[in-house]
Design a protein around this ligand. Sequence first.
Ligand code: PTJ
Length: 258
Amino acid sequence: MHDLPDTHPRAASLRLRYTIAEHAKTGLVAETGPVSHGRGEAFDYILGEATPAPVMDDIRAAAALLLSAKWPVISVNGNTAALAPEAVADLAKAIPAKVEVNVFYGRTHEREKMIAEFLASRGCGDVLGVDPQARVPNLASSRGSVDKDGIAKADVVIVPLEDGDRAEALVAWGKKVISIDLNPISRTAQTATLNICDNVVRALPALAKVARELKGKQDEIEKLIASIDNAKASKRIFAFMRERLARLEEEMDRRKKG
Ligand code: PTJ
């Protein structure tokens, strides 16, 4: 790991970058995983690398949906496993939910096994998806292979940072899909039941915390679920980004004028 002083202004972001790079060497992160991470970083920069206030509402609603589920499943790919394994384990405990490995690239069995073993070593318990026996209807890609006791059986699936083909197919299959995607324009973000526009490293711990707070508060859980409106959530995040960029532009102009 690189020697990086805590005082470095970009220390936290660079550490995540190094984590992705390290795990790309072993194949836990797909070859193109670092590129996806870079795209996420760009959007996170626009957010100010913090969870925006409107997204906190989405996190509350998502936690409520997970708590109300009969068979909730957290789908984990290489990038999420590398960035937030303990947070996945903690969320799985807080709900409680099953954890399933589901990857797009290099479905060799070996890669799924490596990710499942890594997640188990970080507290995720029995991880599903190593020998997937079911298929998502009308999804040709490798993400279509799912565990019969996991995603196939799930009523609510949470899909942190992934490419866009699956969210739509899962929704068409009758599942409620919560995505975590920093890119609010992505197909995943647009077709999910609810997208959380935030970094997985912040959103997953926040979801676990809120889930613990909401547990047993049935009226509040039902109200939050009834409030879910992904189109509205998407509009709020676009407004947040527009306003933040306008503010940054004004600040730059002020600095230039001295
Ligand atoms: O491990 P695999 O084989 O399943 O492959 C995983 C990747 C991520 C390589 C694969 O799913 C992929 O290519 O994804 P995309 O199409 O690049 O989409 C990833 C989305 O996640 C993009 O919209 C990124 O902006 C977003 N993203 C990247 N990093 C983060 C993120 N969203 C939240 N938190 C992040 N840390």
